[in-house]
Every structure is written in C-alpha cells, then in structure tokens.
Ligand binder design. Structure first.
Ligand code: SAH
Length: 346
C-alpha cells in the first residue's frame, strides 16, 4: 500500500531542498514554498502564484496542504472568545482569546484531548486522541492572531500553552511550533511572551532546561503534599514531588528564570495550614511566583471552591514569606472557556 502523502509543512526545509534538487527544480523555490505555507488563507498549491505550473503539479502529486478552520465561535460577556477549531481529520480542539488591560492572550491547545487524569479538569474526561503537529499549533496561533486583529484591532501579545493537552508530552512539536511562531514567518512575538504550562512531567522539565529554551514555564501544582497531589492528579504517582522539585531547581540553575506555580484551593482538600506551609517551603527552595486560580466547577461533586477566607490565608502567608502571589479570577466562564473547562462539546 502506498503511504499517503505528507503535509508539505511536516517536511523540513533541508528535506524539501533535497527533494527539489532531485527533481530538477531550483533550490530558491523551497523558500517561496515555505513562505506560502505560512499563510493560513492559502488552501491549495494552485494559489501559490509565483510558482511555475510544473512545480505546482509536482507538489500536488506528492504532498498535501492540510488546513485547520474555525468551526464555531463563542463570545463571553467579559469579551473572552472561545474557538472550536476543526483539524484536517475532523478532530476538534479549542482555543481561547483573553483580553486584559493592554494584553491579548491566546490560550492554545497542544493535544486533542489529554492523557493525564487530573480529576478536576474537564479536558481529562476526553481521551487523548492524538498530538497536534507543529504546523497545526502554528495554524491555531495564526488563526487566533487574525481573529484578534479583526475583533480587537490588535495582534495577540502573549501565548499560553494552557488549552487542551499536556505540552510536555508533545514536546518536539510544541518546541518546533514556538520556534516557528517567533521566527520571521510568525507573528513577531518574542519567547518572553510565551508560557508553557505543565502538570509536572519532571524528566521533560530537565530536558527543557538542557535544551536552553527561552520561554517561560508554569507548573500546575495544586498541592505540595504528595498524597493529596496523588489523589487529585493520579498520574503524579509516577512523578513524585521530590523529583518535580529537583527538576525545577535544575531549571532555575540553568535558565535563571522564575517559574509560576498554578494553584487551586478546594474545600477539604488543600484548605489548611499544612498545605500552605508545604507550599511555602517549596517556594523557598525554588524562585517562583504563585498564581492562585479560581476553580471553575466541572460538575464533579468532590471539588468545591474553598471559602474566601482560605484564599486570604494563602495570600497573607505567602506575602509574609515574601513570595510573589496573585489571584487569577476566572474569564469566559459563561461560555465554558475558563481554565479546565475546555471539553469539546462538539
Ligand atoms: N496540562 C497542562 C496544560 C493545561 S493548563 C497543565 O496542567 O498545566 C490548564 C490549567 O487549568 C492548569 O493549570 C490546570 O490545573 C487548570 N485547571 C484545570 N481544571 C481546572 C478547573 N476546573 N478550574 C480552574 N482551573 C483548572
């Protein structure tokens, strides 16, 4: 059986050069082709106007040009916009645009579904269907940027990998997409404005540090006490807190960049002083800041937001210990676009 043709964008520029040479097309065409493939409005090789017909026919015969498209748009009363984006094979991911003061943040997905099992997160109820290709993550960001310009008259200023999926379990493609989006082909955004969020895959955190990546790192911690974390995020039994902390110390040593801990506070789960103290002691080891996130109910009765008094207790004790902390109120709740609510109702 013949292999189905690859998407032109999954071919590196070196391989494309090689293929062009072998088939007697001039090398400078590869740059022209790559240029066209970074334009999300170009949906067929026929539209690549500066290429000769014989090259267009060659490309059509040997490659595909997949594209993603917006399936639906939901706008929240707080101006958050959620997009369902359909991939070439019919699978759907969700992405969100969030505005605040002078920022427009694109919250993007790295996988279709998620293989982790955080009990409080709606995405975890979907199976992981597949990883996104680098060009699909790139497309997603380009689509969001175009929407941002149309809708808010401004390009996106920040990107957070906090949509569906675990970015560090699709590491190679996430890195490639970030390199591409920050390159001349992308949207003129710098690494400093990009944050990758992980549930805490320690060995990949070390790898990122070794690879000397330039973007920011966030870790969804939610508890610094092992047995609690194992209960709410069962996969974390394979990634003990000791290893996680070690990997983050390693990250800081190599990158000198402070990480962000994302932290939810629930009734009868982590609303006590033991949990606060455990968090403080981790923060004392790792230069970090804490983002206390408002919990968005996903209909699991085991999880209920803690009383406001506990949010204040966390805030005060962290501040007393000189640990930077902020509270992130939910955005886009009315359209299920808030953290942990992305679940593809399609
Ligand atoms: N897998 C990565 C990327 C997803 S980010 C990670 O976990 O970091 C999604 C963020 O939303 C994570 O910080 C996650 O812990 C948080 N989250 C999940 N469910 C939530 C919910 N119901 N309410 C608020 N935040 C939630």
């Amino acid at each position: 059986m013949s292999k189905s043709p690859d998407d032109i964008r999954s071919i590196s520029i070196e391989s494309l050069n090689h293929i062009l040479l072998k088939n007697k097309f001039p090398l400078y065409r590869s740059k022209q082709i790559k240029n066209w493939t970074t334009k999300i409005d170009i949906k067929s090789f026929d539209e690549m106007l500066n290429l000769p017909r014989d090259l267009i026919n060659f490309l059509k015969k040997n490659f595909k040009l997949n594209h993603a498209e917006i399936l639906s748009v939901q706008k929240s009363s707080d101006k958050t916009v959620k997009y369902a984006i359909k991939l070439h094979d019919g699978l759907v991911i969700e992405s969100v645009l969030i505005t605040s003061n002078d920022r427009i943040t694109a919250c993007v997905s790295s996988q279709v579904g998620c293989s982790l099992d955080c009990n409080f997160c709606a995405t975890s109820q979907l199976k992981r269907m597949r990883n996104l290709e680098a060009y699909e993550i790139f497309d997603q960001i380009m689509i969001l940027n175009k929407e941002s310009i149309n809708y808010f008259s401004s390009s996106i200023s920040n990107i957070v990998f906090m949509g569906m999926g675990e970015p560090l379990l699709n590491y190679k493609n996430v890195i490639e997409s970030i390199d591409y989006i920050t390159s001349d082909y992308g949207i003129g955004i710098s690494y400093k404005k990009i944050t990758v969020s992980t549930s805490g895959i320690s060995k990949m955190i070390k790898k990122m540090a070794d690879d000397n990546v330039k973007f920011n790192l966030a870790v969804s911690l939610h508890s610094a006490i092992e047995h609690t974390r194992n209960k709410i995020m069962p996969f974390s039994k394979s990634f003990p807190i000791k290893d996680l902390v070690e990997s983050l110390e390693y990250w800081y040593e190599k990158t000198k960049r402070r990480i962000t801990f994302e932290y939810l506070i629930w009734n009868n789960i982590n609303d006590d002083f033991n949990h606060i103290n455990a968090l403080v002691s981790i923060c004392k080891r790792i230069p970090s800041k804490i983002n206390l996130i408002e919990y968005n109910s996903i209909g699991n009765s085991n999880f209920e937001s803690a009383d406001e008094i506990w949010i204040n207790n966390y805030l005060n004790i962290l501040k007393d210990n000189k640990i930077p902390v902020s509270v992130r109120r939910s955005r886009g709740k009315d359209i299920q676009a808030a953290c942990g609510q992305l679940a593809n109702k399609h």
